[in-house]
Design a protein around this ligand. Structure first.
Ligand SMILES: Cc1cc2nc3c(=O)[nH]c(=O)nc-3n(C[C@H](O)[C@H](O)[C@H](O)COP(=O)(O)OP(=O)(O)OC[C@H]3O[C@@H](n4cnc5c(N)ncnc54)[C@H](O)[C@@H]3O)c2cc1C
Length: 460
């Protein structure tokens, strides 16, 4: 993946979370030197930081996300396994209750990667920082942009060491904002006399609560991932429990429209017991908790439409959650960042100069964001209370996709088509292929698929 020669001198990546690390990896192909500036102190171990509170919650990695990351770090799957992540057949190990039954299992030949988010990030960071031309400056917050006198070109950033308070000016020919949802680029653009990106907000009022538990390594359920997702709008709660490294379970539960999972221990258990499938309650009611119950509120999905701007300063880009932050229950954010990064790599690979990079990149990034955005907000609009820009045709599509969900309970051909779309491996219209439509519309719900498949380990 490495190009023969770096054609550009220095790039700065603001934000050293997963989006920033992946960005630094591809920039290392094209720049002599890449510097990542991260506001938090970063430990050389798997650890959630203040600037990424979401890292303490359940994170599923879509198959496409793993594929793109593996392209850049070929030993990543092996490293994940060596560090205790569980990699199992995606469709054959799902215990996924939805629409009144469990989705039918089958061998798909595609890996589900079950690990904590801090482990994934740590392994990616190790690999990025092993590159000779990438440096991480942690405890280093970016305060603002530095531009040419005309303001047309971003030439550097003003950064501050959080320990000493000392400020410094760092220059680069390309600066990329990977500071996540709280990105200040909109404000900075206004100060420079540019229009900020128009925004789409889809209000969902989702509330997570997460707890980590000890896992008995002999428990066969530790080779499975469990999800319980609502038949919206009549249900609005979800839950998930994944086995992760260190013989642990991570369990996140929550609900849409303010029906948030409680933080009180007995109410948390009660919330699990009230889910329509027993799996999560069965596990957590018997396992030893090893963390507090940690909340996370997510009011709305947010998309900043940089692709609609006509003017943008040269030498500057935005990427990852800073462009689009999706309702996290669909597990798309890391994969969306990886896909944007791959677009950037391809674009830089054929660019002789950095002129005009931003507007072309934003158009390409928008194309890869469009699909997960439509999938996420489409599902959210099953709730009539959801507000925000509703893509045309959503109600019609949702009526059909409800039948797709039902068909996945007994039909593995439909199941595979659905999982490919969900994993961003196939476009959503593939669910409308006549072969799939026929199977979906003839389908009936079998009653046999309403019980869990695996039993707990003896002595559990
Ligand atoms: C509750 C929850 C659950 C999620 N679950 C999933 C999931 O299952 N699957 C999935 O794929 N995605 C999930 N996501 C989304 C995923 O976490 C993000 O998409 C992913 O972290 C990539 O984001 P990012 O790197 O662009 O930004 P972030 O992860 O938000 O990182 C931004 C970084 O920038 C740093 N920073 C901020 N300001 C400055 C500054 N001024 N100077 C320097 N550094 C700065 C921060 O400290 C932070 O490290 C979830 C999100 C939430 C909220």
């Amino acid at each position: 993946m490495k190009s023969n020669q770096s054609r550009f001198s220095h790039a700065i990546v603001m934000g050293g979370s997963l989006g920033g690390l992946l960005t630094a990896r591809v920039l290392s192909n094209h720049f002599e030197q890449v510097t990542i500036l991260e506001r938090d102190g970063v430990a050389n171990q798997p650890e959630a930081r203040k600037g990424q509170p979401q890292a303490r919650h359940l994170h599923g990695l879509l198959a496409t996300g793993l594929q793109v990351m593996t392209r850049y770090f070929p030993d990543l799957p092996q490293a994940l396994k060596n560090n205790g992540a569980i990699m199992v057949d995606f469709a054959n190990t799902m215990q996924w209750y939805t629409y009144g039954g469990y989705r039918k299992r089958f061998k798909m030949g595609l890996d589900a990667t079950l690990m904590s988010r801090p482990l994934l990030e740590h392994l990616v960071r190790e690999r990025v920082l092993a590159l000779p031309n990438v440096t991480l400056k942690d405890n280093c917050g970016v305060l603002g942009l530095v531009t040419s006198v005309s303001g047309d070109q971003v030439t550097g950033v003003q950064a501050q060491n959080r320990d000493s308070g000392q400020q410094e000016l760092l220059s680069a020919s390309l600066i990329i904002d990977c500071t996540g949802r709280g990105s200040r680029t909109g404000q900075w653009l206004k100060e420079l006399g540019y229009q900020p990106a128009p925004e789409s907000e889809v209000r969902v009022d989702v509330g997570y609560a997460t707890r980590v538990y000890q896992r008995n390594p002999a428990d066969p359920r530790g080779r499975e991932w469990v999800l319980c997702t609502p038949e919206a709008p009549k249900e609005n709660r979800f839950g998930g429990i994944f086995p992760i490294e260190g013989d642990r379970w991570i369990c996140s539960m929550g609900g849409w429209l303010g029906d948030h999972a409680p933080l009180d221990e007995s109410k948390f258990l009660e919330f699990a017991r009230e889910l329509p499938a027993p799996d999560i309650y069965d596990i957590i009611s018997q396992a030893e908790p090893i963390s507090e119950i940690i909340p996370h509120k997510f009011s709305h999905s947010l998309r900043r439409h940089y692709e609609k701007l006509r003017r943008f300063p040269a030498g500057y880009l935005v990427l990852g959650d800073a462009i689009s932050s999706f309702n996290p229950t669909y597990g798309q954010g890391m994969t969306s960042a990886a896909l944007q990064v791959a677009e950037l790599d391809a674009l830089l690979g054929k660019s002789k100069s950095l002129d005009g990079l931003a507007l072309t990149f934003f158009k390409r990034a928008a194309k890869v964001i469009d699909i997960p955005w439509q999938l996420a907000v489409g599902e959210d609009f099953r709730f009539p209370q959801t507000t925000g820009p509703k893509p045309p045709g959503t109600d019609f599509i949702n009526r059909y996709v409800a039948k797709v969900h039902q068909a996945t309970l007994h039909d593995e051909v439909v199941g595979e088509a659905f999982l490919k779309v969900m994993n961003l491996m196939a476009p959503p219209p593939s669910l409308f292929h006549p072969r799939i439509v026929w199977r979906v519309l003839r389908g009936k719900r079998p009653s046999s698929n309403k019980t869990a498949v695996l039993q707990p380990a003896a002595g559990d």
